[in-house]
Design a protein around this ligand. Structure first.
Ligand code: GLY
Length: 238
């Protein structure tokens, strides 16, 4: 499946294109198993290089925004378009008025501009004044879930190694389904955390993210082992 998620901050006719990310929806390597909310993601995505984003926005997002404005309900906020790239061109699967999870984690690691500044400019209608600074390098995130997700799953398992992973160069563990209790971090959801890493290219980002994941330990957990492989294949690197 050739999915890609594109994100923009929008206020009236001002449109700031943020980093795209490629999400992995199926639970298991090789796109096997049930659909999930996302088992990992990377950015940029060779299937839609950053320099083609503006042209893609002309096709899939600007017409929607123009129609909303025409109807007297202009949109302000984050618009996320989930696309399927097909032989017949891009097909829109969904629009969401939010960031995606786990796309947001690699996106945030590439975003050198302060997201709060972008949001405030969005509210003030001053997105045209924002100078977006995006890291040219690659980022990749691997999600750790509780075993059983996306069906029923246990909670309360202690998680260790988060600080150790965060000490690795360019690695950051974003927590989602966790809670702090008695000095420990415990699993408290299906998608528990996302080990995310920056690298000079997709291969290095992938290696760093899995190194970060290797620092972590949680009983009854599962991860996908092939996040990034599709992009590497497209680049002829796998
Ligand atoms: N990763 C898909 C979503 O956030 O809806």
């Amino acid at each position: 499946m050739n999915e890609i998620s594109i994100f923009g901050a929008i206020c009236d006719d001002k449109y700031l294109i943020l980093c795209p990310a490629r999400d992995y929806k199926r639970l298991e390597a090789g796109d096997a198993g049930p659909n999930t909310g996302g088992m990992g993601a990377y950015s940029p995505a060779p299937i839609l290089p950053d320099d083609q984003l503006n042209a893609m926005a002309d096709i899939v997002t600007r017409p929607i925004l123009a129609e909303m404005a025409r109807r007297g309900t202009p949109f302000t906020g984050i618009l996320y378009a989930g696309l399927m790239m097909t032989a017949d061109g891009p097909k829109v699967l969904e629009y969401n008025t939010r960031f995606g999870d786990p796309e947001c984690q690699p996106l945030l690691m590439r975003l050198k501009s302060d997201l709060v500044d972008i949001m405030q400019a969005c509210i003030a209608g001053e997105l045209d004044k924002v100078e977006l600074d995006i890291d040219e390098r690659s980022t990749l995130g691997v999600v750790l879930t509780a075993k059983g997700y996306p069906g029923s799953y246990p909670k309360g398992m202690p998680i260790s190694g988060i600080e150790k992973a965060n000490e690795l160069d360019g690695v950051y563990v974003f927590q989602a389904g966790t809670k702090a209790q008695d000095g420990q971090i415990l699993a408290n959801g299906g998608r528990v955390l996302c080990a995310t890493a920056l690298g000079k290219d997709l291969k290095e980002a992938q290696a760093h993210a899995y190194e970060g994941m290797a620092c972590l330990s949680m009983e009854d957990s599962q991860i996908r082992t092939d996040i990034g492989l599709k992009g590497l294949k497209r680049l002829g690197l796998a």
